[in-house]
Ligand binder design. Structure first.
Ligand code: HEC
Ligand code: HEC
Ligand code: HEC
Ligand code: HEC
Length: 376
């Protein structure tokens, strides 16, 4: 018995500390031979795509061509140019995506956004939010096309983020440490947190990189000979963000990087360019749409449907996991947008982003950043 106890005492911590998952792994060579570009995945822990709700009914070309919604309704600044039939179809779909009838959401159904006595009134904050979200979704699909494959109808709908919930399951808000406390002295580190896949890295890489515009450049110029000028804090934060990106997409670092040199664009995979656009797209979503709603978000304790802000008063924002949910192509790459043409949005007002070759030089990506100007 004593030896057994001893054995358990030795074996248990060893297992806990091993940091490895049991079971067989799949590996794929995604670039130049060797271990620098090998993609390892665990078939057991692959995220599931889940059911995608069917459209409310078939939307025919005749229906799309019918009378405009602005001729039938009073207060439709965003969807006024869509046909009445398509408008009603979209209202039904939005209800399924955000507050489905029969769910345990309070006021589920049309009344989640509307006062049924007066559909045109904007008295519920949820309707005001939904109007901004319509503009946001159109902007994602039109302006941020470089984040999506060139396949027709690759893009997003409200479902991509919401999945039948008023607030998407994966979100973040500022989580700066409290300076007055002992935990505050850790500068956001040494607190294994889910946000960075339980690494002991700064647990809020989002405020600076997915809302702020801080540069994500920590490598030395002439790797490995020249030392990096970056502070250890920004290096840790960069790695924290990278841990989130890997976990959010359910991939390893080598899905995007050649681990021989993480900074070098020429040796990276094309997916890193997609991710580069993704970071800029997320900043646009968070700053120009969600945070721009300001005090439309009720103060905590004041909302009809629960808290909509984090502990520091900022609203709940988007990161890679909001859409991806552990899969490199959200919803397994399903092309939902084809059934909801009203969400495609107009072609971008600014010149379309230049086609970036598989391996952009930093200068080219900087130029691309200039070209992709967020719409108002
Ligand atoms: C997630 C929020 C949301 C839900 C749920 C919702 N709507 Fe709407 N509805 C809106 C928004 C936003 C507008 C205004 C669109 C615009 O600005 O162009 C609107 C406008 C309307 C209008 C036009 C009213 C007018 O005269 O201006 C009608 C009619 C309408 N909705 C019907 C419905 C019906 C029926 C349902 C349930 C099947 C529904 N809506 C569910 C957000 C919602
Ligand atoms: C990129 C992800 C994303 C997409 C796409 C998106 N939303 Fe949202 N939405 C959010 C986030 C995040 C919140 C939560 C913000 C908060 O609570 O502070 C939210 C909140 C809302 C709310 C407020 C709910 C409440 O109870 O407070 C409504 C209504 C809403 N969205 C409607 C829509 C509609 C309609 C669409 C499609 C036209 C849409 N959203 C598309 C991310 C998204
Ligand atoms: C989905 C693609 C993707 C994944 C996965 C990914 N990265 Fe990155 N990484 C990027 C992009 C894009 C940038 C550049 C960001 C920018 O310029 O805004 C970057 C930048 C970096 C940098 C800074 C490079 C420089 O120029 O100084 C380091 C270091 C890094 N990543 C390490 C990692 C590590 C370690 C992992 C795994 C834990 C990882 N990355 C996973 C896309 C990815
Ligand atoms: C608004 C939703 C949304 C958000 C937020 C988002 N993505 Fe994506 N992303 C998509 C969609 C949709 C696709 C697939 C497009 C297609 O079907 O071609 C995609 C594709 C990708 C791909 C290509 C995958 C492949 O297999 O080739 C990468 C890499 C990627 N995203 C990285 C990111 C990173 C990193 C972030 C966070 C900084 C991010 N995405 C945030 C919607 C999103």
């Amino acid at each position: 018995m004593k030896t057994l106890n001893k054995l358990v005492a030795i074996a248990l911590p060893a297992l806990l500390l091993a940091g490895c998952e049991l079971g067989s792994k799949e590996q794929e060579q995604v670039g130049f031979r060797g271990t620098a570009m090998v993609q390892i995945s665990d078939p057991d822990s692959k995220a599931k795509v889940g059911d995608i709700p069917a459209p409310p009914y078939e939307l025919t070309a005749e229906m799309i061509a019918g009378d405009r919604a602005s001729t039938a309704y009073e207060n439709v600044p965003v969807l006024g140019n869509v046909s009445v039939d398509e408008f009603n179809y979209l209202m039904q779909a939005m209800t399924t995506w955000i507050a489905p009838d029969g769910s345990n959401v309070k006021d589920a159904g049309c009344t989640y956004c509307h006062n049924p006595e007066n559909m045109a009134s904007d008295e519920k904050y949820t309707k005001v939010v939904a109007r901004k979200m319509l503009l946001m979704t159109q902007n994602i699909n039109a302006t941020w096309a470089p984040h999506f494959s060139k396949q027709e109808n690759a893009g997003v709908t409200c479902w991509t983020c919401h999945r039948g919930n008023p607030v998407p399951v994966n979100n973040w808000s500022t989580a700066m440490p409290e300076p007055g406390t002992i935990t505050g002295k850790k500068y956001g580190g040494n607190t294994p947190a889910a946000s960075v896949a339980y690494a002991s890295l700064n647990f809020d890489p989002f405020t600076d990189y997915l809302a702020g515009k801080d540069n994500i450049r920590v490598g030395g110029k002439e790797f490995p000979t020249a030392a990096s000028q970056a502070a250890i804090q920004s290096t840790e934060k960069t790695y924290g963000l990278m841990m989130h990106m890997s976990q959010g997409l359910g991939v390893n670092c080598t899905f995007c990087h050649n681990s021989n040199n993480f900074a070098k664009w020429e040796d990276s995979r094309p997916q890193r360019v997609t991710a580069w656009y993704g970071i800029r797209m997320v900043r646009d979503i968070n700053n120009n749409y969600i945070s721009a709603l300001g005090d439309v978000w009720p103060a905590n304790g004041k909302g009809a449907y629960g808290n909509r802000r984090g502990p520091h008063g900022d609203p709940l924002k988007v990161n890679c996991a909001t859409c991806h949910q552990g899969i490199n192509k959200p919803l397994g790459g399903a092309k939902m947008l084809k059934d909801y043409p009203a969400l495609k949005g107009a072609a971008p007002v600014a010149a379309p982003a230049p086609v970036v070759a598989a391996a952009p030089a930093p200068a080219e990506t900087a130029a691309a950043a200039e070209a992709v100007k967020p719409a108002a």
